[in-house]
Design a protein around this ligand. Structure first.
Ligand code: ATP
Ligand code: MG
Length: 220
């Protein structure tokens, strides 16, 4: 769908409703990187490290090994503590990321990050600083965000999709009677890429996310 994976250095937004696999995709992206010897960091504003490690383990990914060998680092940012530190996160922390030499970054989720800012200008500033810092660190970044229930092609905050270089929508497929019958992925945007516009079914199974027919290549 992406003509060869996530473009290197891009900031990619993964948007979707609850349970569509945004967190799983983030973990899968990091573990695929670790398998290729790439360092990655998972900045979690939602689930704690234990829960994320458990998720990765149940898919059979060698997460313990990756953490032990410092290829994967999971950092839990407590939203309560983060609130006063939003400027620090957007500025200083990203310098640290560059120093760590990470090639893959996941921020799960920017929806929560956005809730820490009181107004739109400061949300915009934080997101811009975040995206700039990730690009500056030379990493390929995956940000997750909640989809807007009224208009699923946009995020709840309505900002992240403009700041990101690419947007991937994880969505429910509904039958004509309104029943949810499965999951489907679409690439809404991918700067400088002749990406597919097809709607591709995917499953979350024993080994993680698998896109039917032509799989997304997480090789970045
Ligand atoms: N081992 C598994 N086998 C099949 N499906 C699974 C498995 N583990 C998780 N899932 C599916 O993945 C979903 C959770 O995915 P995930 O937590 O990545 O979603 P999310 O988009 O991050 O949701 P949220 O917005 O609530 O954070 C579960 O609701 C379940 O449907
Ligand atoms: Mg999640």
């Amino acid at each position: 769908m992406l003509q060869g994976g996530f473009p290197k250095g891009h900031v990619i937004l993964v948007t979707g409703f609850a349970g569509t696999g945004k967190t799983c995709l983030g973990l899968q992206f990091l573990l695929a990187g670790a398998a290729a010897g790439e360092k990655g960091i998972f900045l979690s504003l939602e689930e704690d490290e234990t829960a994320l490690v458990d998720t990765a383990r149940q898919f059979g990914w060698p997460v313990d090994q990756a953490i032990k060998s410092s290829l994967v680092k999971i950092v839990r940012l407590d939203p309560k503590e983060t609130r006063g530190n939003i400027t620090r996160i957007a500025s200083e922390m990203w310098k640290e990321l560059a120093q760590l030499g990470v090639q893959r970054i996941v921020v799960d989720s920017v929806s929560l990050l956005n809730m820490l800012s009181d107004d739109e200008p400061s949300r915009r500033n934080t997101l811009f600083a975040l995206a700039a810092a990730c690009r500056g660190a030379g990493a390929t970044t995956l940000l997750t965000a909640e989809a807007n229930p009224l208009h699923r092609e946009t995020t709840r905050d309505g900002l992240s999709e403009y700041i990101a270089d690419g947007v991937i929508l994880l969505d429910y497929r509904e039958a004509s009677d309104g029943h949810r019958v499965g999951l489907a992925v679409r690439v809404l945007k991918m700067r400088r890429t002749a990406h597919s516009r097809s709607v591709q079914p995917y499953t979350i199974g024993a080994h993680g996310i698998e896109v039917d027919a032509k799989a997304i290549d997480f090789g970045a």
